[in-house]
Design a protein around this ligand. Structure first.
Ligand code: CP
Length: 314
């Protein structure tokens, strides 16, 4: 593994998953890997889970970790190549990332999409600059299009809680009051469409189709009730439109998950990456039910990051 930005970087996912389960069973057993190593975490956007789980993962491995809130803790960074920097920006990303690479053995970076310029977002314009200027491995802490640490944690959670060999996993769109990125659902599709013991189904209102590059031919079912039939796991998430880029084209409250929606499933376990808008995306009754895995899932963010850091530092 050179960098960790998508499912493709995971290599053999079965080996990586097995490694994650071993690390979870013995979290402090690999401290020789991180001794005298430094992990730098740069956030251009807010975070609770990614920030804290990444710090915890580094500590578990025996490494030091620091967090930089770009623009707030640092100089305001310029992203544009060839910019005449006579405005508000004070340091170019070119120097900033190269300098941070001098201090760290791995860099983690979070850069959300604009949701205005699809071409720039989907070409990962900002993240690719960071990859270009970094001289150490880079981990995506959520880029413009993907959130691989989240999907890896979701895979760990499904693998450790499934009660039979093959399982049906459904990704369902959920309503929201704001326009949200497509990173989490793109990434969920990127990973779960590849898992050979998963029957993967995506359900959303018409017009909410994701980029086929990530759905990779997975079954799309516009009838949510039909999609949920027999499901063993349900992941709910809102996303704004990919076609009508960044627009909220549906806010249909009937898509909010309630116990009635779960009635036709195989007593499905529930996943959500968090943060979640209660009683907008998902009802209290689902989130507070014994079938909700959201806290365990968030806990597994430590082990997805710890496994990735282990691979990059070993
Ligand atoms: N799920 C997730 O990435 O949470 P944060 O945005 O709080 O890091």
């Amino acid at each position: 593994m050179k960098n960790f930005t998508s499912f493709a970087d995971a290599g053999d996912y079965k080996t990586l998953l097995q490694q994650a389960l071993e690390i979870k069973a013995n979290p402090f057993g690999y401290q020789h890997i991180g001794r005298n190593k430094t992990v730098g975490l740069i956030f251009f956007n807010p975070s609770l889970r990614t920030r804290l789980s990444s710090v915890k993962a580094a500590y578990n491995l025996g490494a030091q970790a620091w967090v930089l809130n770009a623009g707030a803790d640092s100089w305001t960074l310029e992203m544009a190549d060839g910019a005449v920097m006579n405005g508000g920006t004070q340091e170019h990303i070119k120097e900033a990332i190269a300098v941070m690479s001098q201090y760290c053995d791995v860099l983690g970076v979070r850069t959300f999409p604009t949701l205005k310029d699809r071409e720039a977002d989907y070409s990962e314009e900002v993240f690719n600059k960071i990859l270009k200027y970094a001289t150490v491995p880079v981990v995506s802490l959520e880029s413009a299009t993907l959130h691989p640490l989240q999907s890896f944690a979701d895979l760990i959670t499904v693998a450790e809680t499934k009660e039979k060999e093959r399982v049906k996993v459904v990704l369902t769109w959920a309503p929201h009051v704001r326009a949200l990125p497509q990173c989490v659902p793109n990434s969920f599709c990127d990973w779960f469409s590849e898992v050979d013991w998963v029957d993967f189904v995506i359900t959303h209102p018409e017009g909410c189709e994701l980029d086929p590059k990530f759905t990779k031919g997975a079954r799309i079912e516009y009838d949510q009730k039909k999609a949920l039939e027999g499901a063993d796991f349900v992941q709910a998430k809102n996303w704004s439109s990919y076609q009508d880029y960044g627009q909220v084209i549906s806010n249909d409250p009937s898509w909010m998950l309630t116990p009635e929606h779960i009635a036709g499933t195989n007593d499905a376990k529930f996943l959500h990456c968090l943060p979640v808008r209660r009683n907008v995306e998902v009802s209290d009754a689902i989130l507070d039910s014994p079938n909700s895995l959201v806290i365990q899932e968030a806990g597994n963010r430590v082990f997805s990051m710890q496994t990735v850091l282990h691979e990059l530092l070993k």
